[in-house]
Design a binder for this molecule. Sequence first.
Ligand SMILES: [Zn+2]
Length: 69
Amino acid sequence: MTRRRTPNRNPGRCPTGKVRFRDRIAATLALATIQRQGRQDRDKAEARAYRCPACSGWHLTSQHPRVNG
Ligand SMILES: [Zn+2]
């Protein structure tokens, strides 16, 4: 496993402290990459992207959307 940080010129900040994406496409691409890697801890793997009302950016969450029954 190689650790490396991606240099961010404009990292953006969010009160949640989560990784922030500038738009849905960026978040979805990151999500696809993560799912493609097939991490061992799938239970904790990010499941979907959602828009954050706090920073107007996008984050990834491991929570699956609830289905109203
Ligand atoms: Zn946010």
